[in-house]
Design a protein around this ligand. Structure first.
Ligand SMILES: [Zn+2]
Length: 260
């Protein structure tokens, strides 16, 4: 009897294991969960989940549901160009071609390790190109500062854990010159970073935001696990909540890894 069971079960088990092997390892989730730990800008309303019901109803069936609320800009999210550039795309207007594309990771984590004011410079982009070749057309360019290792510790990730304390913000970002280089390359459709903002925390004028968004190049912020992505070869898929007229939105970001 035992052998009959094995025969009946083994094809199913094999299929399940096969699905696990291809499905589970092929895609990488670059999204932080939304909960009470999720980091928001010091002036923004954090994520809140309010229980509507959880348990057996009077009618006898089990039911659970919640309400949620949060600012657009917090956790892993998309910045629509309209966030800093009037008349440019809002979240619902950003085309899928700007949200799906070849992922490029430019790593400045070694330089940023001891310096929260470190920024991506044109020299970093030139060095990347020298090593890996020209940026692919339609690239989604991701800046790895290494700051993801501090998540969800607000004090270390943002430089401050005090609500409203924008003066205390300290983390690496993208220089105005690098933003200009990216915007004029004609090859980059979106830019992402593993910090809370494209501009460095100490920025007061948000030049990288302005330069990129004026060119309808949206931003991805608080992108998770950039240390697990190769510098080139993965495909990024970033799908924000389609808030009509939104200046930003929570975003599920995944990468399809190369050669899988
Ligand atoms: Zn934002």
């Amino acid at each position: 009897m035992q052998s009959v069971h094995l025969l009946r079960l083994s094809p199913l088990l094999a299929a399940l294991l096969c699905a696990r092997a291809t499905g589970a390892q092929e895609y990488l989730d670059l999204t932080y969960p939304f909960d009470e730990q999720t980091i928001y800008w010091p002036t923004s309303r954090p994520f809140q989940l309010d229980k509507v019901w959880k348990g057996t109803t009077e009618a006898g069936f089990y039911y659970e549901a919640n309400n949620y609320s949060a600012a657009e800009h917090g956790g892993t999210h998309l910045d629509a160009p309209s966030h800093f550039a009037p008349g440019r795309w809002s979240v619902d207007e950003v085309p899928l071609s700007s949200l799906i594309g070849p992922a490029v990771v430019v790593d400045i984590s070694a330089r940023a390790a001891g310096n929260p004011d470190a920024v991506l410079d044109p020299a970093d982009l030139l060095a990347w190109q020298k090593k890996h070749g020209p940026l692919p057309q339609g690239a989604i360019l991701l800046v790895r500062t290494g700051w993801g290792r501090f998540w969800p510790d607000r004090k270390r990730y943002l430089g401050t854990d005090r609500p409203g304390d924008v003066a205390g913000l300290r983390f690496p970002g993208i220089s105005a010159e690098a933003a200009q280089w990216i915007a004029s390359s004609g090859r980059v459709r979106a830019v992402g970073i593993d910090t809370a903002s494209l501009d460095p925390g100490r920025s007061k004028d948000f030049r990288a935001h302005v330069i990129l968004y004026e060119k309808n190049i949206p931003g991805l912020e608080n992108v998770a696990h950039l240390d697990r992505l190769p510098p080139v070869g993965a495909t990024l898929i970033a799908l924000p909540m389609k808030i009509r007229g939104g200046s930003g939105a929570p975003c599920r970001i995944i990468a399809r890894l190369p050669g899988k």
